[in-house]
Design a protein around this ligand. Sequence first.
Ligand SMILES: *Cc1c(COP(=O)(O)O)cnc(C)c1O
Length: 359
Amino acid sequence: MQLRIPGPTPCPPEVLQAMSKQMINHRGKEFSELIHDITAKLKQVFQTKADILLLTASGTGGMEAAIVNTLSPGDKVLSTSNGVFGDRFAEIAELYGAKVKRLNFEWGKPTDPNVIRQALKADGKIKAVLSTHNETSTGVTNDIKTISAIAKEFDKLILVDAISSLSCINLPADDWQCDVVITASQKGWMVPPGLSMVSFSKRAWQAYAKAKMPRCYWDFTKAKNFLEKGQTPWTPAVSICYALAASLDSILAEGLGNVFARHARVAQTTRDGIKSLGFSLFPEEKYASNTVTAVKVARNTSVDKLRQILRDEYDVVLAGGQRKLSGKIFRIGHLGWVSQGDIEVVLQALKRALPRASS
Ligand SMILES: *Cc1c(COP(=O)(O)O)cnc(C)c1O
C-alpha cells in the first residue's frame, strides 16, 4: 500500500521490528540508556545544543506544552497563520488566556516576514511570536529563518511548529535562533504516532521562570529533572521510543544533508508529475513544501471520488483538503520513508483514476 498522507507515515521494517521488543522498567537502567541515546541523536537532527524533551503526545500536545511553559495569561503574542495549523497554534494560546494578535495570510501563500516586522514595531508589548515552519494543510513552507531573525531583531521569543518538516527540511534551530521547536513522531520521523519532541532554549527557560499558565502533565521542569535521571515524569510510550531510536539511526546513517536532498528531489518529482498530468499546484511553487504537495482540482473532478478510486483500486491513499479546502484540493505526503519510485506509483495511479473521477 502507498500511504501518502502527511502523517501517520509508513514505517520501515527495522522501525516496526524495534517496536516488537519486550517492555522494560521505565525507571531502570535500560530506559535511561535509551532516552539518553535518543536525546543525543535528536539534538543532531534539531541541530541544537538546547534541551530536548520527549512528551507522550501527538504534535498538538507539544504545541500546547510549548505555550504553557513560556507564557502567562494576559501576555500578548503574535501568531502567524496561513492554514489550519497556524490557526490551531493561535487557538491554544487564546484558550490559555494569552492576548493573541493574529496575522493571517492567504491560504496557499507564505507568511510575509515584513508584516511581522510591522506588527512588532507597532506593539512593543508583544512577548512571543508563534509561527509554523511547514503548513501541512496548504503545502507551504514558510521562511522561518527570516521570521526568526525578525523576532530576534525585537528580542522576542519564537515558538516554531516544525511538526511536519523537522528531519526532512533543513531547520537548524540554534543557527536560526528558534527558542522552541516542536515536532511529532508520526510525520517525517518514520515512527508511529505517540511522541512529541520539543527543543527548549536558554531564552525559553528564562521565559519559563515567569510563565504562569497552568500546567501539570506538560511541566518542563518536571520533564527536565526526570531527564537528568534518564526518565520521564510520567510513563513514556516505551515502544515508540524503541521505534524512534531505530529511525534516528537510519536518518543519521543516511546523513541529514542527504535526507534533505532526497526530500527535495522527491518533492520536485511530485510537482513535475502533477503538472504533467494537467493539475496545478495549490501554493505558489516557490514556497511549495518538500514534505507535502497540495494539488488543485478542476471543478469537474470530484476529490472524494478520485481518492476513493485510488484507495480501492490502486492501494494509494492520499489526503483531502481541510476546512475551506475540502473538495478543492488533495494532498500527497512525501515525508520520511519515501523514494522517487513511491511517487511514480502514485502518479501512475492518478493518471488512470483521473478520467474516471471527472465528468
Ligand atoms: C500534524 C501537524 C500538527 C499536529 O497534529 P497532531 O495530530 O496533534 O499530531 C501540528 N502542526 C502541523 C504543521 C502538523 O502537520
